[in-house]
Design a protein around this ligand. Sequence first.
Ligand code: ADP
Length: 173
Amino acid sequence: MKRKSLAVFPGSFDPITNGHLDIVSRALSIFGEIVMAILVNSEKSPLFKVEERVEIIREAFRGNRRVRVDTFSGLLVDYAEKIGASVIVRGLRAISDFEYEFQMALMNRRLDPNMETVFMMPAESYSYVSSRLVKEVLQLGGRVSDLVPPGVERRLREKYGVARPAPRLRKVR
Ligand code: ADP
């Protein structure tokens, strides 16, 4: 028996950003439990190992028993079926996300007609945030502290060997 209140939020999460966290908190207002499922994809070359991504997500949701983290490979619908979820949650940031997400949702429905995909929109302030852009900006010395949890920023700085920028001083007139 599938539990309607269990939703799976799949992704690379390399690493999670506040945009992902925003989607999870919105999804928790609809579903009882969310499983963040990290896709183990041998084709992509991720910055963070799967184990590191699991740890990062655990840290971000520590104390929240309604959010679990897991990894999967193979078809998402098979994984969802295995854990008893009948809903897939995905985030939609902009029209540019739409085409790919639309294709995926319809393909997943074809693979499993009982699987529904629910799209959620993040707060506007996160609508331009992506894991890729956060990595790029930090690497080039920019600030990302409002865009990712503190543990993510610390790990990114360690990976790239980029020091925290000095606080900007206001000009005294
Ligand atoms: P994928 O490789 O599957 O796209 P991501 O980790 O980049 O994995 O994204 C997982 C999901 O989270 C996708 O549905 C993506 O659209 C969504 N997402 C990513 N960043 C944001 C954001 N800033 N706001 C809302 N949704 C987001």
